[in-house]
Structures are given as C-alpha cells and as structure tokens.
Ligand binder design. Sequence first.
Ligand code: GDP
Ligand code: GDP
Length: 454
Amino acid sequence: SEFTALDAQIAAGEAEEEAQLAQPVLAVVGRPNVGKSTLVNRILGRREAVVQDVPGVTRDRVAYDAFWAGRRFTLVDTGGWEPDATGLQASVAAQAEMAMATADAVLLVIDASVGATATDEAVSKVLRRSKKPVLLAANKVDDDRLLADTASLWSLGLGEPYPVSALHGRSSGDLLDAIVKALPSMPRDGDRATAGPRRVALVGKPNVGKSSLLNKLSGEERSVVDSVAGTTVDPVDSLVELDGETWRFVDTAGLRKRVNSANGAEYYASLRTKTAIDAAEVAIVLLDAAEPLSEQDLRVLTMVVEAGRACVLAFNKWDLVDEDRRHAMVRELDRGLVRVPWADKVNISALTGRSVRKLAPALRTALKSWDQRVPTGQLNGWLADLIAATPPPVRGGKQPKVLFATQAGIRPPTLVLFTTGFLEAGYRRFIERKFRERFGFEGSPVRVNVRVRE
Ligand code: GDP
Ligand code: GDP
C-alpha cells in the first residue's frame, strides 16, 4: 500500500543520517578507584556523577554534556557499564573495547600514586589498536612529588601522560585542551546561516490554497516585500508579519506567478516544494479539509519529515466542511497521519481568514521543539528507567544493551543510542514515543539513530 512505500522511503532517508553525529563522544576508561568519576566531575565542573568508594558499584547515570574552549562533547563514564566479562583485567579490557567502538576518543585514567599495573598495561595494549585518538591521564598527582614518576607512563605506548589531580583540579585544563584538540570536528547543529526572521515553507498540493493563504497573511499585496534593494532578502522570498513577528516565507515567487499547467507541471511543482522545504526551518503543510487525504498530500508530508523540518498541519477550506465531512475526517486522519502524530493541526480558511492567526503560535511551538535539547545526564537518567522497565527485544538469542544515549543534534532533534546490538525499528519508535511523552517536542520530527559497537 502507499503507506508501506512511504515507510520505506522514510527509512531510506533515515539510514542516510545514521552515521551523523554532531556532538563527539569521549569515553573515560580505567580500573575501578583510579578516579574516573572524580575526573568526570572535575571536567564537568560540577558534582553530578556519583562518586563511589566501593569498586564495581553500578552508576545508572553514565553520560553527560561537557563544554571546553567553545566545544561541546559527550563525556561517558564507563564505570557504569558492567561488562559481562569476569575478572578485573578482562572487564576493564571489555570496557576499553566498547569505548573504542562507540566513542570518538578515549581517555585512559591511571592512578599515578600506584603506577601502571598489569591491568593498565593490558588495557593500554587494547587501546593501542584504536584508530581513534587515545589520551592518557595520570591521576592523583596531588603534588610535585609524583610528577617525575608520571614520565614512566610513556612506556604504555599511548603518548604523553597528562598528570592531573582530579580531586584538587590540578592541570585538568591542559588535559582538557588536549582532549578538545583530539576530538574530531563534527558538523555544527542545523545551520541557521543568518539570524533574522525564521524561515517558513508554505507547501501543499496544487489548488489547496497556498497563494490564497499567503495573500491573506500578507494582508495586502503591497505589504509583502518581494525584493528590497540593498537588503539580503532573497527576491523569491516574502517577508510576512504575523502576530508581531516577521517571518520569511521562502520560495514564494512561484506561488505568486502562477505557472499554467503544461507537461511536467506536477514534476516542477514537486521540485519547487522540495526546494522550499530545504530552504525552510518549519513547513506549513496545507491540506484540503474538504477532500480526503491524497497520495500527493502524503508525498509532501514525507518530504518534510525526510528533510527533518518542523511542521504545522493546516486544514484549509474549513468553510466548506460540514458535519458529515468532519466525522469522515477523524477516521481518515488517524490512518493517514500516522507518520506525524506529533504535528499541530490548525483548521483554517484562507478565504474567510478563519483561525489563520493560530498559525503563528503553532509555528513558534514547532520551532521551539526543533531547537530543543535534552541534557545528556537527564536523558540517560530517564532512559535507564525506561529500558529497565521495557528492555529491547531479544534478537538471535541476545539481549542488546543500551550503553548510553545522547541528543547529538538539534534541528531536527536527533538521539543517538549507543548499543551492544541492533535495535529494531519498532523498539526505536517505542523509545521515540516515550521520549515525546516525557520531553514534549510537539511539532518537530525526532530522529532516533543507533550506533552499534561491532
Ligand atoms: P573510579 O572508580 O575510577 O570512578 O574512581 P572514583 O572517582 O570513584 O575515585 C576513587 C577514589 O579516589 C575516591 O575516594 C576519590 O576521592 C579518590 N580520588 C580521585 N581522584 C583523586 C586525586 O586526584 N587525588 C587523590 N588523592 N584521590 C583521588
Ligand atoms: P494554490 O494552487 O495552492 O496556490 O491554491 P490557490 O490559492 O490558487 O487556491 C485554489 C482555489 O481554492 C482558488 O479558487 C481559491 O479561491 C480556493 N480557496 C483557497 N482557499 C480557500 C478556502 O479557505 N476556502 C474556499 N472555499 N476556497 C479556497
């Protein structure tokens, strides 16, 4: 059916995004009690992680947002990972393996007051195979007496040891500088190239009322800025004042100059729709309330979701809707809009002007969600509870584990789950649904990507 085809299309689009991660991950590994959590706290500059004196105590919160020198990264304390391996050496080695597979860089912490132990050496051997950057912190260098000893840690083959005292904060700035330098540069969050009015695409199938709505919103034709000399306004855009705020309706030139249908008109209409969506941050998808949802409507919605844009559904021509039609609609919409249950719906009439002033608040809500970021610590606290209550389904006799998660990006909000196994689409949708129940995100698509450690 058309919905299956739609699903497949969307899945393909999401697969392309899979590898993207805007916020790099640093995993901290090392033996118990070397001071990993203390160092994590030091780097975070706050007392959020729980420090335990008892080795092997599970911490349910393992990942946090860190900032240094203008860079944002996810800091993962592997102390909470509980690898299956038995024996200290094997379990620390397993932690290092997981760190290498999931993180973008690894920080090995050694207790300098003890020196390199056999376990430290074994882990270093594992980490030397890493294609990703590895940094070495010699912790508990509380005063100068231990400083000379740290030079011997060069022998671990991981490069320069950074002497630090997590407890007293000594030299952690140098270590952080080195970390930030080692982290790969990632694409920034969805570019808002220029500040200024937020960009809106007004899209929908032909004759749904796009140009009527644009005219209605603009008030009068002359108040619309099609092209202003000496400004950066793209001549194909329109600046529209709604609810005390100026919005940039992108790529509206085509709506104004009506192209008469000729061969290929539909192809060009869809190309224009795509261009407008790509240029926008939020889309108003116009649907004809007087007619059943069509395949064309769903294609436009798919484009918006695939492009990762925020979205408001506007049911136009509401003046033509009677009681019977309203009843029919409820059923249709439940089936037809399964992909966008999160989108705000507004019933309007471009002809009479009914409820068009509800559009601006809906656009604001959608953009706020699109810009929203859930802090990593909060996200993992919530996720740990969710997964404990409803673990991922067993596949091939194995229970995939979710090690930690981070909201790697905004515009659109993108979660990345770091796991030990494949998470099926149904379970990812479950996580998305619960995520929305907990954190909102009305009006914005949310992507749930999975990074499986090999
Ligand atoms: P983890 O198991 O590796 O996460 O280690 P913790 O962060 O829980 O620290 C273990 C113990 O070492 C705690 O009692 C900390 O207070 C102590 N510790 C951590 N960093 C330092 C340090 O720089 N100097 C000293 N003297 N003790 C530290
Ligand atoms: P576009 O192709 O999407 O730009 O659609 P138009 O704005 O050109 O509108 C197509 C037709 O629908 C025109 O005849 C409009 O007058 C009519 N129309 C647009 N909005 C409404 C509405 O809210 N109610 C009614 N009854 N007709 C509308």
